[in-house]
Design a protein around this ligand. Structure first.
Ligand SMILES: Cc1cc2nc3c(=O)[nH]c(=O)nc-3n(C[C@H](O)[C@H](O)[C@H](O)COP(=O)(O)OP(=O)(O)OC[C@H]3O[C@@H](n4cnc5c(N)ncnc54)[C@H](O)[C@@H]3O)c2cc1C
Length: 429
């Protein structure tokens, strides 16, 4: 029996069957067969979610063999893609057609469906989460029938399906709105928290993509910005390799191991990481600019809060870490995202800031994440669906105005709950 383990290693399960359909007809057959036998189905992307979204002791379906671009419309700048396509594959395929995603997150290992279905986002105040790029969805629902939806076709289902964590059916295709292929100039630099805060509005408004990292127990912030450039892409040189692989991964892995086994070193290691935060610069095609290597494994919690509250929340978070002396040496990642109208998107109807906290695999994190969660909840924080949180359905229903509407659509499409596992039942039943 093949055992599933997610990226962080926290979620493990042994599905009765792990299936890899290559054709839509096979996917339909899997749904019919599961219904007849009373089995449940979870769909897996790349297994990068930290929460138990794809935990399954019944049927686990992977669309790894169902990938690629089906068609492109160069006039509308749209493409219809198979849901199992990995984001890194998609980037190359679109580039070959002279097109690109308008924005991405900081890795590209996810499947398109997995990333879109959890509200995955990048950073930049003019961009919504990746799911805002969806123009059409085709999925196989619990009846075994294909269902198509868009802004004009089954529009209520569309708003529910854009971020739906595999609860409405197995998504087979997305039609995505794209932009002409573009190059980005990436620049990372070190500054102080005070300077970063005083320049926050300018940094957000004057850069296409802006985010910053804050190193706990220091006053150091690392600012990362990206802007479009017409200049030629540069080869990935030694300087970038040293910054990405040696400093941010190799050396950080060693420091993390010391922090884990020698508790008294953690704050010092955070300071060292801050001091060593590298400056870097490169120019490349967009699909090569967004992703970073993430070789050091961690637990992660990320919350969406209203952008207008960001500075006070950030100050509280910083103080909370310092006061409680949590054993944390990973920087906090702060990003900014445009509001959208997707029912279960954390950025639903609000300009948003995201704060992500990480803890090295095997180090204690529950008390740390729990303390931050209490702060976020006072500001109506909404958790990233793919990242750790302790929210119950009562809290979520109060913070998602379209919660009940989503539940109605879910019940309508899957009255037998075949697309729910225990974790999702605890939140959505
Ligand atoms: C190192 C790392 C870096 C990350 N960086 C970012 C980031 O920059 N920004 C951000 O927002 N998030 C980030 N994430 C979170 C990540 O993007 C999400 O957890 C995403 O859902 C993972 O995609 P996946 O393909 O692994 O999906 P999985 O985790 O396998 O699945 C996610 C959800 O999608 C559903 N799903 C998958 N395929 C289908 C389908 N065909 N039909 C219907 N439902 C489907 C699953 O059932 C599940 O509910 C990061 C995670 C890690 C581990």
């Amino acid at each position: 029996m093949k055992t599933f383990q997610n990226w962080s290693g926290d979620v493990k399960s042994s599905p009765k069957e792990w299936l890899f359909p290559a054709e839509e007809a096979e996917i339909i057959q899997i749904v019919h067969s599961a219904r007849e036998k009373g089995n449940k189905i979870r769909v897996i992307g790349s297994g990068h979610s930290f929460t138990a979204l794809v935990h399954s002791d019944s049927i686990l379906v992977s669309l790894d063999r169902f990938s690629g671009v089906v068609s492109v419309d160069k006039e509308k700048l749209q493409a219809t893609v198979k849901a199992g396509t990995k984001i890194h594959e998609l980037g190359k395929l679109l580039w070959a057609e002279g097109m690109a995603l308008e924005n991405q997150g900081d890795i590209d290992q996810q499947s398109v469906a997995g990333a879109l279905s959890t509200g995955t986002h990048g950073s930049g105040i003019t961009f919504g989460s990746l799911a805002t790029q969806i123009r059409g969805i085709r999925m196989i629902t619990a009846s075994g029938e294909p269902l198509e939806c868009s802004e004009t076709l089954n529009a209520d289902i569309f708003k529910a399906a854009q971020v739906s964590m595999g609860m409405l059916g197995i998504i087979t295709h997305f039609t995505l709105q794209l932009v002409p292929a573009y190059k980005l100039h990436y620049h990372a630099s070190k500054t102080t928290v005070k300077e970063c805060m005083s320049q926050l509005t300018t940094l957000k408004q004057n850069n296409r993509n802006f985010e910053f990292y804050y190193f706990p127990y220091t006053e150091i912030a690392q600012v990362k910005i990206m802007n479009e450039t017409q200049e030629a892409p540069q080869p990935y040189g030694l300087a970038n390799y040293l910054s990405d692989m040696v400093l941010e991964n190799g050396l950080f892995q060693i420091m993390s191991t010391i922090s884990k086994y020698v508790p008294g070193t953690t704050t010092g290691i955070s300071k060292l990481a801050g001091l060593g935060a590298s400056s870097a610069s490169r120019k490349c095609w967009s699909h090569n600019a967004y992703p970073t290597a993430r070789l050091v494994r961690f637990h992660e919690m990320e919350y969406n809060i209203p952008a207008e509250n960001f500075e006070e929340v950030f100050r509280e978070v910083k103080k909370c870490i310092e006061k409680n002396r949590f054993r944390v040496h990973f920087p906090l990642e702060c990003r900014f995202v445009k509001s959208d109208d997707i029912w279960l998107s954390p950025a639903y109807q609000r300009e948003s800031a995201y704060i992500a906290a990480h803890a090295y695999q095997g180090m204690p994190y529950k008390e740390y994440f729990g303390a931050l969660e209490q702060i976020y909840h006072r500001y109506g924080g909404r958790p990233h669906w793919g990242k750790l949180h302790t929210c119950k359905s009562e809290y979520l229903s109060q913070n998602y105005p379209m919660w009940e509407s989503f539940l109605k659509i879910r019940r309508r499409l899957d009255s037998g709950n075949i697309f729910l596992n225990g974790y999702l039942e605890s939140l959505f039943l």
